[in-house]
Design a protein around this ligand. Structure first.
Ligand SMILES: [Zn+2]
Length: 74
């Protein structure tokens, strides 16, 4: 289970990994969300989120929570 990076909602995700633990493929089991990739790390977002929300969440994901407050635009 992985949470949406924008709202934290949990979605089912099928991850296929090699014997070395590297991700080969992954598939969302839930039609209401889709996947993004950050390096080799799968990230999940609900389809309802706009591109701006996703970008903000990605920035927060990369920079850490202490900088997130500067990125909010609502
Ligand atoms: Zn969401």
């Amino acid at each position: 289970m992985h949470g949406c990076i924008v709202c934290g909602r949990l979605h089912n995700l099928l991850v296929v990994t090699s014997s070395a633990g590297k991700m080969i493929d992954c598939t969302v089991m839930d039609s209401s969300c889709h996947m993004l990739f950050s390096n080799d790390h799968p990230l999940i977002v609900c389809n309802k989120h706009r591109e701006g929300e996703i970008k903000t969440a990605l920035d927060r994901h990369h920079t850490g929570p202490e900088l997130a407050q500067d990125l909010q635009d609502d």
